[in-house]
Design a protein around this ligand. Structure first.
Ligand code: DHB
Length: 515
């Protein structure tokens, strides 16, 4: 990789230190117009300044990914916008732990993939729009795609934020499939979080030059992007990333963020196989097949041990969360309120139709009640086989995320290493894996009460999402709440992977917590 300063050589003096390349140029924008449709259907014309493909580190490994875009509203419906104290939405574009790039974007909404309803790439730098509540992709990206399958959900947040007068920063980041000419993987763990932290540091180091309030950064992301958003929130200013940040020439500044938005975070990966079986163990695969119940039961036992070790209390004075009571907790804290909210919003006749089709729900006094077993039946097919994340045959995307050197995919749990089916000599995880797991896990930082963490959490998950266990989000919420943080966590009824059905509420929440 080269140095980032060459692109600006014509406007700057020739000899500059590496760090000078990390100075934001307030004049380096183009002006664009976007039509933002609010969630109530109102259209707003937003004139905004767009800074494109700014390399955010002084020693980039791959500038295609280690660069960010900035969008700053200057006029909304003809009225000037004062962004001097505006929150900054830091919307990552990560999906599938794959590489994500914003360098091709022609305007706000970096990934530019029109997945779902609203999020579309602006045509020729022209008009963009955000429809109300698009449901994003339901399929995990293929192994070698470097695009973001969650574009719809992500873009909606960006457009609405711009329309609300916020600054929007969209960083790219290295991802698991990147391989150099000598066959070395350079985007596997912890590259994604190191890059996002470097991007936050770039923003904070440019306080006074970059528009908006750099002490009010609100991170957002979906799925793997939700995982790294949560990680960014939990790990603020942690020292364990220092050597990696130094290597790529990250700016010398805080990487703590103010608030965290995470949709369907695919995180706590080393415990996700057990959590998945605890949740979906008896649900059949789409093909109607039951997964190996011996393996499923062994993993469930591991989950019980892990959950007990967390000593987390449920929200609303539920008490200690265990593998024995977590079903009751999910039903009472999240699932019944989710169904109740959904059914309450329906016109009477639609609600009656829904209840007639879904007789497992008891509707009484304006509230939905049902059993966990019936809920599992209602969701139906599980998406993933067993183990869901550390596959015995190394075929999961997460195996690739923990690849290193010239090895594409590796085991990251003792159980799957022991049960490896690919003929590996070693039946153990490699010696560097424990450190990589910590670097990638928000729970690691929350368990250690990291003082630099974000103190505000917006967490969302579709009730039909079987990409991971429902306990992953709930544990994240319980851990943050247990530290005294403000937590806003809801499940979207009958929604699948990547859903974002209350984006307007997220924008309002940002105003509330940052104000
Ligand atoms: C994503 C989905 C998955 O099922 C997974 O294991 C990792 C990432 C995603 O959509 O980003």
């Amino acid at each position: 990789g080269g140095f980032a300063l060459s692109a600006n050589a014509s406007t700057e003096t020739a000899s500059r230190s590496a760090d000078d390349s990390l100075v934001f140029d307030p004049e380096g924008y183009t002006q664009l117009t976007a039509t933002v449709t609010d969630t109530d259907g109102t259209e707003h014309e937003v004139k905004y300044r767009f800074w494109k493909a700014i390399t955010y580190v002084s020693k980039p490994v791959d500038e295609k990914y280690q660069s960010l875009n900035v969008s700053v509203p200057v006029e909304i419906d003809g009225k000037a916008v004062d962004v001097s104290n505006a929150p900054i939405l830091f919307a990552n574009t990560v999906g599938g732990y794959l590489p994500s790039t914003v360098t091709e974007a022609t305007g706000v909404g970096a990934s530019g993939l029109p997945v779902g309803g609203g999020g579309g790439a602006p045509a020729g730098g022209g008009t963009t729009s955000a429809g109300p509540a698009p449901s994003a992709s339901s399929s995990a990206p293929g192994a070698n795609e470097n695009t973001n399958a969650n574009g719809g959900a992500l873009n909606t947040n960006q457009y609405l934020a711009l329309g609300a007068g916020y600054v929007v920063v969209e960083p790219g980041a290295r991802g698991r499939t990147l391989k150099d000419s000598s066959g070395e993987y350079y985007g596997t763990a912890p590259a994604v979080i190191v890059d996002l932290k470097a991007a936050v540091r770039y923003v904070r180091a440019n306080k006074g030059r970059i528009p908006g309030n750099v002490d009010r950064i609100v991170s957002a992301g979906t799925s793997a992007g939700g995982a790294v958003s949560a990680l960014l929130g939990a790990s603020g200013d942690s020292k364990i990333y220092d050597k990696y940040l130094k290597e790529i020439g990250a700016a010398d500044a805080s990487d703590a963020i103010f608030a965290t938005g995470a949709w369907c975070p695919i995180t706590d990966l080393e415990h996700a196989d057990g959590a998945y079986e605890w949740n979906w163990g008896t649900n059949k695969l789409k093909a109607g097949d039951q997964v190996d119940q011996t393996v499923s039961k062994a993993l469930q036992a591991q989950f019980a041990e892990y959950q007990a070790s967390l000593k987390l209390k449920g929200l609303n004075r539920f008490g200690l969360l265990t593998a024995r009571n977590y079903d009751e907790y999910l039903v009472k804290q999240y699932l019944e309120p989710s169904a109740t909210k959904y059914l309450t919003a329906l016109p009477d006749s639609d609600r009656e139709t829904y209840l007639a089709k879904n007789t497992f729900i008891t509707w009484s006094g304006g509230k939905a009640t049902f059993s966990w077993a019936d809920f599992l039946t209602h969701v139906g097919a599980r998406k993933k086989t067993v183990p869901a994340f550390d596959a015995f045959d190394l075929s999961a995307g997460e195996n690739n995320e923990f690849g290193a050197g010239t090895t594409e995919s590796r085991h990251f749990t003792a159980y799957s290493a022991k049960n490896d089916s690919t003929g590996l000599n070693s039946k153990r995880v490699a010696s560097d894996i424990p450190e990589k797991l910590n670097l990638l896990n928000p729970m690691f930082h929350l368990e250690r009460r990291n003082p630099g963490r974000s103190k505000h959490w917006w967490i969302r998950l579709g009730t039909n999402d079987t990409d991971t266990s429902h306990v992953v989000s709930a544990n994240l919420a319980a851990a943050a709440k247990g530290l005294g943080d403000e937590v806003n966590h809801l499940y979207y009824w009958d929604q699948g992977h990547g859903a974002n059905t209350d984006p307007g509420d997220f924008i309002t929440w940002i105003a509330k917590v940052t104000g």
